[in-house]
Design a protein around this ligand. Structure first.
Ligand SMILES: [Zn+2]
Length: 486
């Protein structure tokens, strides 16, 4: 339905349905009032992006453009949760399609007159799959979301459960509970987990909101019009947004998570000033994980450390080194030459930049000083907290991940924003400095009793090394590697 050409009279009629003035439509769509007026009067045809923005503004209030003019749709929302995915599906339909939607929803519950009672625990059975095939054959053409629903359900193995709910879980806490519930349904043989992760995450989720943008598939942060850069506040009229801005540098193996809110100038600055240091800091880890980036050697790391080389050939790590010793039969120790130059504070700034790229907009006004530090290198003379690093047991997933914790309430000691960056089994946990919502410099926050009580999974996980990354003097570390036969 979204491909129906939108005519000037349709826009007027759609405004009639919603009761919007031109001003209100301008506000809802981000398109100028004069552009809308010119379009409605037939004096000017807006550019495609503006037409699309107008269309989307109407769709958000359930008005769609059909061959017979704009019409108000009803919407049924379904939230589907499988063991490894969660998706909200919106079924928009006109009055004359209501029967079809009721039939679709009825496949997952019982229909009694106008009422449909949805069953949340859904078992994938041959019968359910056959019912879905029938529904797609009958209604797939008019209710396109149905195809998506079938696709998602087909990915769940037969005999496994998924959950179907009227809406997405309201909080991270609820989501974790549902994930546990689903896990228990699918693994009835396992003893119910000992309160995990509720016990471990309980205090954390009371005090912090957790954001974990997906990095395993295409994910674009921010698509608002006009585009505004989070870092320099440049807009699409003053700044250019031609390049894809990766939230996590590609050399760290992520090509999926991108930002529409980082202009080309800021992107180039980070690419030159801060990201190379973070990448250099992770050189050894990148080789051992075989992190897939772009460029030479099929995008895999091939690095020089003085006269020594360390690379991943797609299957194994290949090391050419001079200083090799063998303290016992099962151990090799290698001291490599000096590697790429890095600036410790730039590593910290690059870590915080990833957080700023994805943190919810509501926090940005409090992080003005942080943005100045990350983007313009201001405030470098101020004291910084240490960055905690650890190696943890994780499934072998070389994809980089970022998690952001934002404090819900005022607190005298707990940092406003905590970032966590993972590459394979390596994890960094750090405080985002300079927030207006922190009343102190956060030095030593990681050892605070309040912090350790709240972030219990950190304490439980492993041993942490805390590193001072406040120096602006470049260094070229000479790494030592110990290889132990198992
Ligand atoms: Zn910018």
């Amino acid at each position: 339905m979204t491909n129906i050409e939108m005519m000037p009279e349709d826009v007027r009629a759609a405004r009639g349905l919603t009761g919007w003035s031109r001003d209100q439509l301008a506000k809802a769509s981000g398109v100028g009032v004069s552009t809308i007026a010119d379009f409605e009067n037939g004096t000017r045809n807006p550019i495609a992006a503006n037409r699309e923005a107008i269309r989307r503004a109407f769709e958000r209030v359930n008005v769609a453009f059909t061959p017979t003019g704009p019409a108000i749709y009803a919407v049924v929302s379904l939230y589907l949760m499988t063991a490894d995915d969660g998706a909200e599906l919106l079924f928009r339909y006109r009055q004359d399609q209501a029967q079809a939607v009721q039939e679709i929803v009825g496949a997952f519950g019982t229909i009694d007159g106008d009422f449909v009672a949805l069953t949340s625990d859904q078992l994938v059975t041959p019968t359910l799959l056959a019912t879905l095939d029938g529904l797609v054959a009958r209604h797939g053409g008019t209710v396109p979301q149905l195809n998506k629903l079938r696709q998602k359900i087909c990915r769940v193995p037969e005999g496994s459960y998924f959950l179907l709910m009227p809406s997405a879980p309201a909080s991270t806490e609820d989501r974790l509970k549902l994930e546990n519930y689903l896990h228990a349904l699918n693994h009835p043989d396992e003893a119910p987990a000992e309160g995990k992760p509720d016990d471990l995450f309980g205090p954390l989720l009371k005090r912090y909101d957790m954001t974990n943008p997906r990095t395993d598939r295409k994910n674009l942060v921010g698509v608002g019009q006009p585009r505004t850069c989070r870092f320099c506040r440049g807009t699409s009229t003053g700044a250019s947004f031609k390049k894809a801005a990766h939230v996590i540098p590609t050399a760290l193996g992520n090509d999926h998570l991108k930002s529409a809110e980082e202009c080309d100038a800021c992107n180039a600055y980070f690419g030159q000033e801060t990201e190379p240091s973070l990448i250099a800091m992770l050189d050894i880890q990148r080789v051992f994980l075989g992190t897939q980036g772009r460029g030479k050697n099929h995008g895999r790391p091939k690095l020089k450390f003085g006269n020594d080389t360390l690379m991943h050939d797609g299957q194994k790590v290949v090391l050419h080194a001079h200083a090799v010793s063998r303290p016992d039969d099962d151990t090799f120790e290698v001291t490599l030459g000096r590697g790429a130059r890095l600036v410790p504070m730039s590593v910290y700034r690059a870590l915080v930049k990833m957080v700023l790229s994805v943190v919810d907009h509501q926090h940005l006004p409090d992080l003005k000083k942080t943005i100045e530090w990350v983007r313009y290198g201001k405030h470098v003379d101020q004291t910084l907290p240490s960055v905690a690093m650890a190696t943890i047991d994780l499934p072998p997933n070389p994809s980089a991940q970022i998690t952001i914790y934002t404090r819900r309430e005022t607190h005298s000691r707990l940092p406003h924003v905590i970032g966590e960056f993972r590459l394979g089994c390596y994890v960094f946990a750090f405080a985002v400095p300079f927030s207006a919502r922190d009343q102190w410099d956060l030095v030593g926050f990681f050892d605070d009793a309040d912090f350790r009580n709240t972030f219990q999974h950190y304490v439980a996980a492993t041993q942490w090394a805390q590193r001072d990354l406040s120096s602006t003097t470049p260094v070229s570390p000479a790494p030592r590697i110990r290889i132990i036969k198992r």
